[in-house]
Design a protein around this ligand. Structure first.
Ligand SMILES: C[S@@+](CC[C@H](N)C(=O)[O-])C[C@H]1O[C@@H](n2cnc3c(N)ncnc32)[C@H](O)[C@@H]1O
Length: 753
């Protein structure tokens, strides 16, 4: 066709008469097709005509035959097997199949996207490289598998998801029996359902299986699905945060539709009243998933029949797909995984062996990527250099084609033949230059550290919190106060000035009826799912318009992603599951309550006393620690402030002051203070910065009373190993000189208070 078209075009350009002749030919051919197949200009598919004239063996009517028929879920055309319906989709519903099945993934970090443009900006912003096609993988939307090209993807869809092409038996039956407004329509189809015009007597509709909304066109449903129900990783870059002025302006101008936020007992009783509605919702969802389960079970017999029909060339394609499936059974490591293994590797051989043991076969020279990551995180590794000899005697495979990293490589754009080559190219070209730049030019002086205490929590945290001091600062540990000897050395040790606790200590000053207000969700599995979890429902009930950090609606989603990273915008109270729920520790809605899961170190600074730094790379959204101490009401806090004096109040966390732009607009403010002076955890050593890398969120766990909200500190961006952890204290600036801020950032406001 391609060649004929080229010929026709070149002929037509030579002679106008030939062009006219070709146009006539095309239109008469079109007419002929319309006559034969009954197509007309307005609707490209007239199912009634199609059913009559398509040369298909089975009749459309006849109820006992219905079960065996494979009906296309878009146009209701009938097919004998998966292969036929697959070809039909490829030829007639290509657009729809792209909506339903084709996603994209970043080849560097494997994050998922539905849109190529968004992937492009992700690659540029996240990985700081110009986007080229080799950074793009295709991803199967329903199952998340990755593919090098659309042919592979389509083969996979054909062999694994062909059931999604067909109208399910249940759907067909319902289409015939259910009237237009029945809630049962929610249960139809997989990603979308269609009411066939002939069967229902109504116009064709696509129904979202998540929320029941109806759409006339499948692309509209696709767009809705993407906007309303896709996870954070598949959507665009973060929208700019809106500050208090923005909301204040909107409030003033009457244009603010801020989140409905019901706090305190009134809110809780409202929630309890709504429990009935929540349960009803759950029942609908449960019945939905039941029917969906029914739909997605593929009778094994059809697989066998289909396999028997495959010709040899198709067999090899299927085997290719199967092989790619096998390759994908082990997940590929993300940057953090590579980094943590790279830190411990003694050489390229040991790195490769450890990675392969965990993740199977990986791209060649992955060590270059590992070295780049180490370089970014200031972890010095020798082994990436050319000619490195491992002191442990590991033998390094010497690749004659690999140039020394010191030789500049020309950046030549090539179109690689297959995906594995793409991956190799990426590691080879980019990383070498990166390593040279940061490693050879950016060497830092080596400091020697002394570990003062292996674990200041003394076993209370699941990951020890070491206390470390740079040798050059050892002298500063001697308490100055005029004493020249180091007799007071021990009393200045940070862990000795307070009692380490891992749970908040509730002061008697608080008037709490906490226990009775705790709500468990009714999920029956050990791991809750957002569709049925009451805590998601409670959140949605409180905040209709909540957005995630990417600006997408939070409706029907947990506040955490699958990796336990917080995705909800600052300012919304998060409901975690609790001991009244039947889920276990690994439920995705339990994060803060599981305690510190990243390696933290307390260390001495030159000008801010003790501080906390990352003992490992921490990715954005990761829970770092809870601000723990004695929970006081405002009156008790005031008394203590007078007792401590201005300088002694450094460990008091004023929740009211910490509530962000969004929270400040909420009528009932959180009037409580957490004092970590006497009781606390590692968080009490975290210093202030005017440009911090942590944010705080209020998390409800043991009680629905907002005065018992936990304060969780989460990474607001990716944090490198060794980087000091900071949050913004938001102290009010007092009259007078106050305390100079030593955060040293470009955004420093000059004073702490
Ligand atoms: C919660 S404590 C932090 C740990 C404290 N550095 C220590 O040694 O225990 C808060 C106190 O640390 C000091 N601090 C924290 N951030 C600071 C900053 N950016 N500049 C100066 N001092 C800071 C102030 O003395 C403040 O009152």
């Amino acid at each position: 066709m391609e060649i004929q078209l080229q010929w026709a075009l070149s002929e037509a350009s030579k002679d106008f008469g030939i062009g006219e002749f070709l146009m006539k030919l095309v239109s008469s051919e079109k007419e002929r097709l319309n006559r034969i197949w009954g197509f007309n200009e307005d609707s490209h598919v007239s199912s009634s005509v199609m059913e009559k004239s398509a040369p298909l063996p089975s009749a459309v009517d006849g109820s006992c035959e219905d079960d065996k028929k494979i009906k296309c879920k878009i146009c209701s055309q009938v097919f004998r097997d998966n292969q036929e319906i697959g070809t039909h989709w490829m030829e007639n519903h290509k657009k729809e199949s792209q909506w339903l099945f084709r996603g994209y993934a970043c080849a560097i970090c494997l994050d998922s996207f539905t849109n190529k443009k968004v992937l492009e900006s992700h690659v540029q912003e996240r990985h700081c490289v110009e986007f080229v096609d080799r950074y793009m993988l295709l991803q199967c939307m329903p199952c998340g598998n990755h593919f090098g090209n659309s042919e592979e993807l389509w083969l996979h869809v054909l062999s694994v998801h062909s059931i999604d092409f067909r109208m399910s038996n249940v759907a067909q039956q319902h289409n015939m029996s259910v009237d237009g407004d029945s809630p049962l329509k929610l249960e139809l189809g997989n990603s979308a359902s269609i009411n066939h015009p002939e069967n229902s007597g109504a116009g064709r509709k696509f129904i979202c299986r998540f929320c029941g909304l109806k759409f006339d066109l499948l692309p509209d449903l696709g767009r809705h699905h993407q906007a309303a129900h896709m996870g954070p990783s598949v959507i665009g870059p973060q929208s700019p945060k809106k500050g208090i002025r923005y909301y204040a302006y909107k409030l003033k101008s009457g244009r603010l539709s801020r989140p409905r936020f019901k706090k305190g007992l009134g809110a809780v009783s409202y929630r309890i009243r709504n429990r009935g509605a929540a349960n009803m919702k759950k029942r609908i969802q449960a019945s939905k998933s039941l029917v969906m389960g029914e739909i997605s079970v593929q009778p094994p017999v059809s697989e066998a029949v289909n396999l028997g029909r495959l010709v040899e060339s198709q067999c090899s394609s299927v085997s290719k797909t199967l092989l790619s499936e096998i390759r994908k059974t082990k997940p590929w490591p993300n940057n953090l995984d590579i980094l943590s293994i790279a830190r411990l590797a003694c050489c390229k051989v040991s790195l490769k062996a450890s990675l392969e043991e965990k993740y199977g076969v990986l791209p060649e020279r992955l060590y270059l990527k590992a070295a780049k990551l180490c370089s970014e995180q200031n972890i010095q590794v020798e082994w990436h250099q050319d000619g490195f000899v491992c002191p442990n005697g590991c033998k390094i495979f010497k690749d004659p084609h690999l140039l020394s990293p010191l030789v500049p490589l020309p950046f030549v754009e090539r179109q690689p033949a297959d995906f594995s080559e793409q991956m190799n190219d990426e590691w080879e070209v980019d990383e070498c230059h990166y390593i040279i730049d940061s490693y050879h030019l950016g060497q830092r002086p080596l400091h020697k550290d002394t570990i003062l205490c292996d674990d200041i929590s003394f076993g209370q945290e699941s990951i020890p919190v070491a206390c470390i001091v740079d040798d050059s600062l050892l002298d500063s540990l001697c308490v100055p106060a005029g004493s020249s000897d180091c007799q007071n050395f021990r009393s200045s040790m940070p862990w000795e000035s307070f009692t380490y606790v891992t749970k908040p200590v509730l002061d008697q000053s608080l008037d709490l009826d906490a226990e009775s207000l705790q709500l468990g969700c009714a999920c029956s599995q050990s791991i809750c799912c957002p569709e049925t979890c009451d805590h998601v429902y409670l959140f949605d009930n409180d905040y209709e318009d909540a957005k995630d950090i990417y600006g997408q609606p939070m409706h029907g989603r947990f506040a955490y992603d699958q990796r336990g990273r917080i995705i909800v915008e600052e300012g919304y109270i998060v409901y975690e599951c609790n001991r009244r729920c039947s889920c276990n520790k690994s439920c995705p809605n339990r994060v803060l309550q599981n305690g510190v899961c990243v390696k933290l170190e307390v260390f001495k600074t030159e000008n801010k006393g003790w501080a906390v730094r990352a003992g490992e790379a921490i990715l954005r959204g990761t829970f770092v620690c809870e601000y723990i101490g004695e929970v006081l009401d405002e009156q008790e806090a005031d008394k203590r402030r007078i007792r401590y004096g201005a300088e002694g109040c450094g460990y008091m966390f004023n929740v009211d002051a910490q509530i962000n732009d969004m929270g400040r607009l909420i009528e009932e403010q959180a009037q409580y203070v957490i004092d970590a002076s006497k009781y606390g955890n590692v968080s009490r050593f975290i210093n202030h910065s005017c440009l911090p890398n942590l944010v705080n969120h209020q998390i409800l766990v043991d009680s629905m009373d907002y005065q018992r909200a936990h304060i969780g500190l989460y990474a607001s961006r990716d944090i490198a190993i060794g980087e000091e952890l900071t949050y913004d204290y938001h102290y009010k600036l007092l009259a007078g000189e106050g305390c100079p801020c030593q955060c040293g950032t470009s955004k420093c406001r000059g004073r702490l208070y």
